[in-house]
Structure formats: structure tokens, C-alpha cells
Design a protein around this ligand. Structure first.
Ligand code: AMP
Length: 284
């Protein structure tokens, strides 16, 4: 039954070599598990676009800047396998930490510029960890296409840049954010919210959308961002780490809307860090 579970690089390489010999296109969907409909949307897209699909599940210690966060990250492996079986990617690749980072491992892949600010500032070392593991997964799977969520927009841009810069022949495809009915972006971290916090959580996407619409209509970005920040805090969020307007292609800070942009936010609610972002297009 699909997916076949593979845990070692040797087995993965053997499978991939057979596929390549037959001329199959290969898609990869990197995840850290605790799968939800957001992840599954990427897997469906990959299955529709590629002959063979590998979903990777690896909770990457190098991208956690906080050991408590790593220890408490949700792990639902059996459930994840069942969910994937409803879609049928070919392989679920679950390497062990000691296989990915054996004794003596000493290499870091580091992307500059795009990692400055936002999650790059608030989670030191995070994007080095992401770029390093994703680089390894791209090379290990030999995939032609990789599917990432726009939910983690800065990550999507960093990964795409990394692959281009170091000439990994893979197309990085961004897929839309999947949301709960009330607008909250789906996230493995949402299960850390209490029922009462969960009810208030949609203040974040609502404020974000409100500010994006106001800015698109000509509102001043600085004052709209200030209003949205206050709305989020008034709704009971503990703090807003950042709420920024950035260029959609280069993530450069923007003070006026003179080209396609992205409004990005990170905020804390009851010990859970939530991130989200939406596009902001200038009126034509
Ligand atoms: P994670 O397991 O959180 O590392 O996420 C694995 C992939 O799923 C990343 O490419 C994420 O951007 C993507 N993803 C997570 N949540 C969503 C969502 N709500 N909608 C679309 N993609 C998502």
C-alpha cells in the first residue's frame, strides 16, 4: 500500500535510481509531520503534477532555536501515514537524526539577504537549519519539483534562492495557504492552543486581511500596520513579533505600495507562535 516507508538514504537512492531509469518525473514535499490539510494540499498537487512523489517527514533539530520548542513539537507518525494513504504518494521518507547528521557533520548552507529580518531575526539560526536540511533533501531525493506552502513565505523564498544559487536542478513551486473555516492558517502548532485561545486566534488573519485591503486601496502602510498590531494585541495576543510589508519577490522592506507586496506577521498567543502572510497588490 502507498506510501512505502523508507528510512535509509541507501534505500531511497535505489528507488529513485529505478524511477530515473524509467524517465519518471519526481516530486518532493518536505514536512515535519503532524500533517494537516495544508500539507495534504501540497501532496495532492505533487501527485497531480509528477509521476512519482516522495513526502519527507523529518523534525529537523537544526532549525529549532529553542530546545523546548523542539521537544514539544507534535509527533503523530501513525496518523500521518494513514492520512497520506488516502492520497497515495509513492514514498514516505523518514530518516533518523543520526542518519541526516552523523557524527562529525560540519556543513551549513546559509542564505543571506532574504533571511534578514522577520523570522530570520526572531529565530536565530532557523533559516540556516532550513536551508541545510532542504539542500540535503533535494540532493537525496533527486527530485525535479519541490512543493512548499506560501504559509511560510520567507522560507519559500529562501529555499528557492538556495536551489537557484547552488545550481540544484529543481523547480520550487509555491502553493496557496490552506485555512480553517474562520480564516486561521492551518498549522501543526494550532493544536497547542486552548479552546479559548483557539476562538480568539482568528483575530490574526482578520487584522492581516483588513490591513492588506486598506493598503491596497491606498492607505498608508505604516498607520495601517499600527492599527492591525493594536487589533491583534487587543484581541488577546500576548505580543506581535513583527508585522511588515515586504516586496513579494525580494522581501525588501517597503514603505509605499509601488509593486506587488506581501504583508507578513508573527505573533504569540498563549505560548504558541503563529505566523501568517497575505499578498498585497497595488491598484492598477
Ligand atoms: P512544516 O511541516 O510546518 O515544516 O510544513 C511543511 C510544508 O507544509 C511547508 O512547505 C509549509 O509551508 C507547508 N504548509 C504548512 N501549513 C500550510 C498551510 N496551512 N497551507 C499550505 N501549506 C502549508
Amino acid at each position: 500500500m502507498k506510501p512505502e516507508v523508507i528510512r535509509t538514504l541507501r534505500d531511497l537512492r535505489n528507488e529513485v535510481a529505478r524511477w530515473k531509469k524509467d524517465g519518471r518525473t519526481i516530486g518532493v514535499v518536505p514536512t515535519m509531520g503532524a500533517l494537516h490539510e495544508g500539507h495534504l494540499s501540497l501532496v495532492r498537487r505533487a501527485v497531480a503534477d509528477c509521476d512519482r512523489v516522495i513526502v519527507t517527514l523529518f523534525v529537523n533539530p537544526k532549525q529549532f532555536n529553542d530546545n523546548k520548542d523542539l521537544a514539544s513539537y507534535p509527533r503523530t507518525e501513525d496518523e500521518d501515514r494513514k492520512l497520506l494513504a488516502t492520497i497515495g504518494p509513492d514514498v514516505l521518507y523518514m530518516p533518523g537524526v543520526e542518519d541526516m547528521y552523523p557524527e562529525g557533520f560540519a556543513t551549513t548552507v546559509s542564505v543571506s539577504r532574504l533571511t534578514e529580518g522577520m523570522c530570520g531575526d526572531f529565530r536565530p539560526g532557523h533559516f540556516d537549519g532550513v536551508a541545510t536540511v532542504v539542500c540535503k533533501l533535494f540532493l537525496q531525493t533527486g527530485a525535479d519539483r519541490a512543493f512548499f506552502g506560501e504559509k511560510d513565505y520567507q522560507q519559500l523564498m529562501v529555499v528557492r534562492r538556495m536551489a537557484r544559487d547552488i545550481d540544484i536542478p529543481i523547480e520550487v513551486i509555491g502553493c496557496p495557504t490552506i485555512r480553517e473555516k474562520d480564516g486561521l492558517a492551518m498549522s501543526s502548532r494550532n493544536i497547542g492552543l486552548s479552546a479559548e485561545e483557539r476562538e480568539r486566534a482568528n483575530a490574526l488573519p482578520n487584522a492581516l486581511r483588513g490591513a492588506a485591503e486598506a493598503i491596497a486601496k491606498g492607505g498608508n502602510p505604516t498607520s495601517e500596520i499600527g492599527t492591525a498590531r493594536r487589533t491583534i494585541e487587543d484581541a488577546g495576543y500576548d505580543s506581535v513579533e513583527y508585522l511588515e510589508l515586504r516586496g513579494a519577490d525580494d522581501l525588501a522592506p517597503m514603505t509605499k505600495l509601488d509593486r506587488p507586496a506581501r504583508l507578513l506577521v508573527a505573533a504569540w498567543l498563549g505560548g504558541v507562535r503563529l505566523i501568517d502572510n497575505v499578498p498585497v497588490a497595488p491598484a492598477r
